[in-house]
Ligand binder design. Structure first.
Ligand code: ADP
Ligand code: MG
Length: 272
């Protein structure tokens, strides 16, 4: 598996995942395989885009990296560790800190009854054990880092815009100084101008912190804008994988070409 000093932070090899799809009348489980031998790697400080239509298996791969679901076959390596060797339900705290996630809907992922400030403070307290002034200072800094005015900490999620809510979710994810963040459709629910701002934020955080992202999206325009490498997923298999430019300029598969043809134009890289 990849050594800690390797420039690859996450290496997924031949990943296979199935879900139980009910049982036969004899009680034997039936399975539906949704990920079929997927391999890719994410470099330190870079973004790997997982793109594909709804149901192609993107979130399933994200969940496997986060160890929320079991894998049937293949390996996931992170920073010198073989994650898939760990028995189910025994994810080291260090890994849970190192790999964080930001979802599409901050309204669902944020606690509606918790002030924005407390949401971030709770994560800082849990992961770093900080209290009192140290905790306050850390939370202030996280608000600054994600471009959220500190006074907005006194609001509930419903009193924040979609972009502000997503900044709270990003601040919470950053509370434990992760090295890899899985962004699962993290900008998909935002309007175009807010989307551009959050993408610029993700890019700035990447530059400042050397963060790596697995960026899951059904939107090829967004993926082109942010990702260094891209894998195009269809029915749980890559139809194309490689450097973003190559995929967009010279797609190999008909499926990828069809996806590209479906978008009228690509926005260029936006400034951070
Ligand atoms: P995507 O994120 O690309 O839209 P998903 O990874 O969520 O796709 O889903 C891939 C496939 O797995 C879909 O066919 C979906 O119906 C199926 N699936 C997802 N979650 C489950 C589950 N918990 N149990 C059974 N099937 C699931
Ligand atoms: Mg999904």
């Amino acid at each position: 598996m990849n050594a800690p000093n390797d420039d690859v932070i996450l290496r997924v090899e031949d990943l296979t995942i199935r879900y139980e799809k009910g049982r036969s009348i004899w009680g034997t489980p039936r399975y539906g395989q949704v990920v079929h031998g997927v391999s890719f790697s994410v470099k330190r400080g870079e973004t790997f885009g997982l793109v594909g239509e709804s149901g192609s298996g993107k979130s399933t791969i994200g969940k496997a990296i986060l160890r929320q679901i079991p894998v049937l076959g293949g390996t996931i390596g992170f920073d010198g560790e073989t994650v898939t060797d760990w028995p189910e339900g025994t994810t080291p705290l260090a890994y849970r800190r190192a790999v964080q996630v930001v979802f599409q809907s901050p309204r669902l992922s944020l606690n509606a009854r918790m002030l924005a400030r407390d949401t971030v403070a709770e994560a800082v307290h849990f992961h770093l054990g900080l209290q009192g002034r140290e905790l306050d200072e850390r939370v202030d800094r996280l608000f600054d880092d994600v471009g959220l005015a500190r006074h907005l900490g006194d609001r509930y999620p419903d009193e924040l815009s979609g972009g502000q809510q997503q900044r709270v979710a990003i601040a919470r994810a950053l509370a434990c100084d992760p090295r890899l963040v899985i962004c699962d459709e993290a900008v998909s629910a935002l309007d175009v101008s807010t989307q551009a701002q959050v993408i610029a934020l993700l890019r700035r955080l990447q530059e400042e912190r050397g963060l790596s992202y697995v960026f899951i999206s059904h939107d090829l325009g967004v993926v082109r804008n942010l990702c260094h490498q891209v894998g195009v997923l269809q029915h749980g298999r890559f139809t194309d994988i490689g450097l973003t430019e190559d995929i967009f300029e010279r797609p190999r598969s008909d499926y990828t070409r069809a996806l590209l043809d479906a978008i009228p134009r690509f926005p260029g890289r936006t400034a951070a």
